[in-house]
Design a protein around this ligand. Structure first.
Ligand code: PLP
Length: 414
């Protein structure tokens, strides 16, 4: 035991630590608004019926448990590329996309940054090996981004302004100023839709300007997509930002997670795509793919199979795909209804402030504006668990707890 006596206790994860504290609380009234997973109106985990059925069909068909190749399950990869880029994408038609299936969104990001560390030297010139790129992430962002980037050996991520706490919306001028000042070649991480934790997204007109900034500043955009279809209920609408950039024919990186939109959280179904600028020779794509596989092999050898086979079948069969779209609409409408109900109760109970932002924000979360002290009070006094930045998972609200939560918010603020 003495061998490890100098190992310090790691800090609790800001998000997963909330789940652990919730589990340990014996109160019958406790509410978990920390979890980034969909819950039914009875507060229960949800298995999409189409997912459950395809799972059973695969078992009936005698699905095996052989290894997948390093790059993953081919039908899944091509379907994932199509769902994010669109069936008509020029990048797909022209063979400019190199993709590997990876361990959900997190694993896709990890492989992406590992690849960038090895091969992306933006400022390399004649006789110059070039330096590592800076990686820009929004402030605030999903907390894990700020761990994945340095863990991949790229140094600490640089924050760009993203959120205006006064308007509860995107700080677009701050964002543009920071990105315009980024050194050429920097990587810029964007949330494709349903920004986590703020729930505030740029408008389409603003995305057009951001594309312009990336082009003129020679920035490399990386789109993290954890909520496609889950945000608005419409897969195409939620992919509009990514497609705008991809259709511009520039280099970009895409990561996808099917955790939320298919409810396949623990199955770790994701995809990383390197979209190469036009024109691109098939040899370059082959070489890039070979190096992505060489990142994967010593890291985890090959990705998990079953979830990818379920997702591939749903993405690939029109009837199942339509059923999945209906499910996405159902989940996103329940979330929207909870946003409206929370705002209405906060107005009705006289909680100070204007609560329209709860409805205007999109995706799984609302960035309420509660301070860390108010959050601590919510936990201690009311057994309502949320991250200290005031983010609540709207999916954790339901008709039985919404008034309790809204009234506790009022109590915490006053
Ligand atoms: N990116 C963002 C912005 C997220 O919110 C999440 C999940 O909460 C992820 C990526 C990745 O999640 P997973 O690894 O479970 O797919």
């Amino acid at each position: 035991a003495a061998l490890w006596k100098a190992v310090p206790e790691a800090p609790a994860d800001p998000i997963l630590g909330v789940a652990a504290a919730f589990r340990a609380d014996p109160s019958p009234n406790k509410v978990n608004l920390g979890v980034g997973a969909y819950r039914t109106e009875h507060g229960k985990p949800y298995v999409l019926p189409v997912v459950a059925r395809v799972h059973r069909e695969l078992l009936d068909d005698g699905v095996d448990h052989e290894y997948l190749p390093m790059e993953g399950y081919a039908p899944f990869i091509s379907a994932a590329e199509r769902v994010i880029l669109g069936d008509a994408a020029a990048a797909l038609r022209e063979g400019r996309v190199a993709s590997v299936q990876a361990l959900s969104g997190t694993g896709s990001l990890r492989v992406a940054f590992e690849f960038l560390k090895r091969f992306y030297r933006p400022r390399a010139g004649a006789g110059d090996a070039g330096s590592l790129p800076k990686v820009y992430v929004p402030s605030p962002t999903w907390s894990n981004h700020r761990q994945i980037v340095p863990d991949a050996g790229l140094g600490d991520a640089v924050l760009y302004r993203y959120f205006n706490a006064k308007t509860h919306g995107v700080d677009f001028s701050g964002m543009c100023a920071d990105l315009r000042a980024a050194p050429p070649g920097s990587v810029v991480l964007f949330h494709g839709c349903a920004h986590n934790p703020t729930g505030a997204d740029p408008t389409m007109e603003q995305w057009v300007q951001l594309l312009d900034i990336c082009k003129s500043g020679s920035l490399l955009p990386l789109f993290d997509n954890a909520y496609q279809g889950f945000a608005s209920g419409d897969l195409n609408r939620d992919a509009a930002s990514v497609r705008l950039f991809a259709d511009a024919g520039i280099d970009l990186i895409i990561t996808q997670s099917f955790a939320k939109n298919m409810g396949l959280y623990g199955e770790r179904v994701g995809c990383l795509s390197v979209v190469m600028s036009s024109p691109c020779s098939p040899e370059i794509r082959t070489r890039v793919l070979s190096q992505l596989k060489l990142v994967v092999r010593p890291m985890y050898s090959s990705p998990p199979a079953l979830g990818a086979k379920i997702a591939a079948r749903i993405l690939g069969e029109p009837g199942l795909f339509a059923e999945w779209n209906t499910e996405l609409q159902k989940m996103s409408s329940r979330i929207y209804a909870m946003r409206v109900a929370l705002r209405d109760r906060l107005i009705a109970n006289g909680a100070p402030g204007s609560w329209q932002h709860v409805v205007d924000q999109i995706g799984m979360f609302s960035f309420t504006g509660l301070t860390p002290q108010q959050v601590a009070y919510m936990v201690e006094k009311h057994h309502i668990y949320l991250t200290s930045n005031g983010r609540i998972s709207i999916a954790g609200l339901n008709p039985s707890n919404i008034n309790y939560v809204a009234d506790a918010m009022k109590d915490a603020i006053e």
